[in-house]
Design a protein around this ligand. Structure first.
Ligand code: NI
Length: 136
């Protein structure tokens, strides 16, 4: 019997969506306002889901204090109030779309979790736009 525990987190960050191989016009067409060369911000809402067996001694799938701290250290401290393109190493050459940010978050957290746990990242870039990436 597997159960998913979820932890919500939040960060504000600036980005610009841009393909350096394209003209400014094509970037503007494809990425719209997100291609603004002066950057713009989003209030990202993150849900980290961890699925696994309930430990018989604790009744926990994972200690939420540990998950909270992990998200603080690995994600919030790395991304909050940052310009993702300029200040976060992973996005120096990777377009910081919600899709790519979710994949980066997954790869930052996955190695820190017990190998038996199933990880799912849900990332809201706006209240209506969100992406999901994970083990299943
Ligand atoms: Ni944007």
């Amino acid at each position: 019997m597997k159960v998913t525990v979820n932890r919500k987190a939040h960060f504000n960050a600036a980005h610009r969506l841009y393909n350096a191989d394209w003209s400014d016009a094509r970037n503007a067409t494809v990425f719209g306002k997100c291609a603004n060369p002066h950057y713009h911000g989003h209030n990202y809402e993150l849900i980290v889901g961890v699925k696994g067996e309930i430990h018989p001694e604790t009744g926990f799938v994972m200690d939420m204090k540990v998950l909270k701290k992990l998200i603080e250290v690995e994600i919030e401290q790395a991304f909050d109030h940052k310009n993702l393109n300029e200040e976060v190493e992973e996005f120096k050459k990777l377009n910081p779309t919600a899709e790519n940010i979710a994949v980066v978050i997954y790869h930052k957290l996955k190695p820190k979790l017990d190998v038996n746990l199933i990880l799912t990242i849900t990332l809201y870039e706006t209240p209506r736009n969100f992406v999901v990436y994970g083990d299943e």
